[in-house]
Design a protein around this ligand. Structure first.
Ligand SMILES: NC(=O)c1ccc[n+]([C@@H]2O[C@H](COP(=O)([O-])OP(=O)(O)OC[C@H]3O[C@@H](n4cnc5c(N)ncnc54)[C@H](OP(=O)(O)O)[C@@H]3O)[C@@H](O)[C@H]2O)c1
Length: 327
């Protein structure tokens, strides 16, 4: 079969012939229709993700949409390096297969599920956001951040604060019904004042950035709590702005702060499965906020580092002949 193959961490994959995957226990071979190039997939291929491992060459790709021998189209996920979904065929865990509901196309599904499930798990399972709650989304302008804003509004949050640096995306978030936006494209002092004014009383922070913006936001929110005993759950979901932060000890004592993460290793597998099924059943009726761009898998090497606008996501399709053609 043809596959995208990474020979050295950080290099663009090449479109090459590989032997078909040999399914292990509990795995089933799917004909891949579409596989999304998510930040996780890039990080694994760059060797910088905690799941990267050290096995090369590797086929990138964590999830996708495929067709079973029966002809049924399914969403699949949970592929572990070096065996990924950016290939004509992939061996997927049987337990991960979810039939695609009517009205959902493979490319959109492959683009949407990863950012949306990150938001779902972080908000509903880790932050346990309730109707009437208040949440700050740090890094709200990306695909996952916008999904988090959408899901927080859907849950009935009384306050959703979206913080990010892309002005146009922040305007779009306001149009979606987000209650407050904070520009991160400003000095630390200005960001801290704005966050203190509008996010001091939130119940949860869904953090896609980490790094310096998280340090500024943590100090600002901690310094503006109307009641220090009010629980604040800070959920680290991504690290777009940096892999680590400096965490002053006093912040942990001054307020009722609980820092946790949401990701592959921190969620209970049964809950991930149930959440994925619920999410996918809702997708046909969902307002889609991600622009999926279908690209032939044969063009993976040239397309891998393509500059994308906020909200776009590349999806590689083995059966696609030319870019832009629907599968
Ligand atoms: N743990 C999980 O389950 C899980 C699942 C999915 C995603 N994630 C993680 O969540 C993060 C976001 O994923 P995504 O799918 O939303 O990615 P995405 O669509 O590529 O969006 C990334 C966003 O990050 C913003 N950004 C990058 N660097 C920034 C900085 N220094 N300050 C402020 N904003 C910055 C970009 O803003 P601009 O528009 O201004 O460039 C963009 O809006 C990634 O780290 C990803 O790995 C985690």
């Amino acid at each position: 079969m043809y596959a995208a193959v990474v020979h050295a961490f950080g290099e663009s994959p090449r479109y090459e012939l590989l032997p078909d995957p040999a399914p292990g226990d509990g795995e089933v071979v799917v004909d891949v229709l579409a596989a999304g190039l998510h930040p996780l997939v890039r990080a694994v291929a760059a060797g910088t993700h905690y799941t990267s491992g050290d096995r090369l060459p590797l086929v990138p790709g964590y999830d996708g949409v495929g067709r079973l021998e029966s002809g049924e189209a399914v969403y699949f996920s949970g592929l572990v390096p070096p065996h990924g979904s950016m290939a004509e065929r992939a061996a997927a865990p049987r337990s991960s297969l979810i039939p695609l509901p009517d009205g959902l196309d493979p490319v959109t599904t492959a683009a949407l599920v990863n950012p949306m499930i990150s938001a779902w798990m972080a908000l509903y399972e880790r932050a346990e956001l309730q109707a009437g709650g208040a949440v700050l989304i740090l890094g709200a302008t990306g695909n996952a951040g916008r999904a988090a804003a959408q899901l927080a509004l859907l849950r009935g949050a009384q306050k959703v604060v979206a913080a990010g640096r892309n002005a146009e995306a922040l305007r779009e978030l306001s149009g979606m019904g987000v209650h407050q936006t904070v520009s991160l494209d400003a000095s630390d002092e200005e960001v801290a004042v704005s966050l203190g004014e509008v996010a001091g009383d939130v119940d949860a922070v869904i953090d896609y950035l980490w790094g310096h913006p998280a340090e500024v936001a943590l100090a600002a929110v901690a310094g503006a709590r109307p009641d220090p005993a009010q629980p604040l759950r800070w959920v680290a979901v991504g690290s777009m702005a940096g892999p680590s932060i400096a965490l002053p000890s006093d912040v942990l004592r001054r307020i009722n702060l609980d820092i946790c993460g949401s990701g592959a290793g921190s969620a209970v597998p049964d809950r991930v499965d149930a959440s994925l099924r619920s999410l996918i059943s809702l997708l046909p009726a969902a307002e889609v906020r991600t622009e999926a761009i279908a690209v032939p898998l044969a063009e993976v090497h040239q397309a891998w580092n393509r500059n994308l606008a906020t909200g776009q996501r590349l999806v590689f399709c083995p059966d696609l002949i030319a870019s832009g053609t629907p599968v």
